[in-house]
Write a protein that binds this ligand. Structure first.
Ligand code: TXA
Ligand code: MG
Length: 357
């Protein structure tokens, strides 16, 4: 690439003035998308980086702004279940059941896509991830735009997902036309992704809707290997995004599973100067000299989900050189919290016994 082209790109990415919009600016927000622009959008899970989902040029800009690998497809957001047929075909009864029960909400379904869904969204796959978000601002924008919105999480690739407008601005200032401030996200981790194109429905990413809730409706669900363990070299996950290092602060993270008193003791033994600790509220006083981020009571996975990305992000504003994290058990939202912590740690996990934290 010629030097002048590189310079132009640099200017485009960094010198745009990012406007901050409020929840009342629905028409302005929709106009940004209609004009092919990029918009930071609040959802109930995390902030998204949205573009008009039927405009391939706009969608391509998402990849540039995030620094996202080209093989990592995007989720298409719709305002209600009646739009499902427009973008998907061969929709199984299970999808209708799930939509009826859990939409709008933190559930993404993988279904066969229709041709109207641009390649830029699906990255060459025959399927598309589709979800109806449960956030009044996003729903109002979708209705005003009257088109679906493609949106990954609004972080720069590899960083923890943003759960408030300030985090989104931290990553995207100068790279997007506008960000709508809709307050902090109520769920805090991304949507649960279920693949309904396989003979047995398969959980590709644990998220804001607990696996148990899906099992109640569907019965047996296979859990993709990438959810709980690292992939071997060259192994392909079914959700392309699960293969990338993600959510990671600059300092390396080690995750401790097992009873809380044991994991706390382990951390105290390993602590040195500049140590960061992610712990449950009850243990906050046990790490003198450490930089401590609490993520909620050990029994409160919903609070942990709301806090986990904020905690991971906070360490980048400190001088810590190593981070230890207490990890919840796999029940309910704990599975999603544990997955995000383990991914942030590159699956560097020390198991200190069975049982809930
Ligand atoms: O809560 C959420 O889902 C947020 C908000 C903004 O809606 N979005 C989000 O998007 O987390 P993103 O791009 O950060 O994560 C989407 C994940 C990626 O791992 C991607 O590989 C996977 O979904 N994915 C998307 N389309 C897929 C498809 N057709 N088949 C399999 N995996 C897919
Ligand atoms: Mg993401």
């Amino acid at each position: 690439m010629a030097a002048s082209t590189i310079l132009l790109k640099w200017n485009w990415i960094n010198q745009m003035e990012t406007k901050l919009l409020t929840a009342n600016d629905i028409e302005t927000a929709a106009a940004v998308l209609r004009d092919g622009g990029l918009l930071g959008i609040p959802t109930e899970t995390v902030y998204g980086l949205g573009a008009d989902g039927l405009n391939p040029d706009a969608v391509r800009r998402i990849f540039e702004a995030k620094g996202r690998p080209q093989d990592n497809p995007l989720i298409l957001h719709i305002p209600d279940v009646s739009w499902l047929e427009r973008y998907c075909h061969d929709i199984p009864p299970a999808a209708c059941l799930l939509a009826e029960k859990f939409w709008p909400g933190p559930l993404t379904m993988i279904l066969p896509r229709r041709e109207i869904v641009p390649d830029a969204v699906a990255c060459g796959l025959e399927t598309v991830g589709i979800r109806c978000p449960n956030h009044p601002v996003f729903l109002a924008i979708l209705r005003a735009l009257d088109r679906p919105v493609a949106a990954p999480s609004g972080n720069r690739s590899g960083r923890p997902s943003p759960t408030c407008a300030r985090h989104m601005l931290e990553d995207m200032d100068g790279r997007v036309e506008a960000i709508v401030d809709g307050g902090p996200c109520g769920v805090g981790v991304e949507s649960t992704i279920i693949d309904l194109t396989a003979p047995v429905p398969r959980l590709l990413r644990p998220g804001g809707l607990p696996l148990e809730a899906l099992e109640e409706v569907l019965g047996e669900i296979a859990v993709d290997k990438a959810v709980v363990s690292p992939l071997a070299d060259g192994e392909k996950p079914r959700a392309p995004g699960m293969k990338y290092r993600h959510y990671a602060p600059r300092a390396p993270v080690t995750v401790l599973t097992g009873p809380g008193d044991r994991t706390a003791r382990y951390i105290r033994e390993k602590m040195g100067d500049h140590t960061g600790v992610i712990c449950f509220d009850e243990y906050a006083g046990q790490f003198p000299g450490g930089t401590v981020e609490t993520i909620g009571a050990s029994g409160d996975a919903a609070a942990q989900a709301r806090r986990v990305f904020d905690a991971l992000r906070a360490f980048d504003r400190t001088d810590v050189t190593a981070i230890f994290a207490q990890c919840p058990g796999d029940g309910g939202l704990g599975l999603a919290v544990a997955n995000r912590l383990k991914k942030a740690a590159g699956f560097q996990v020390v198991e200190l016994g069975e049982g809930e934290a």
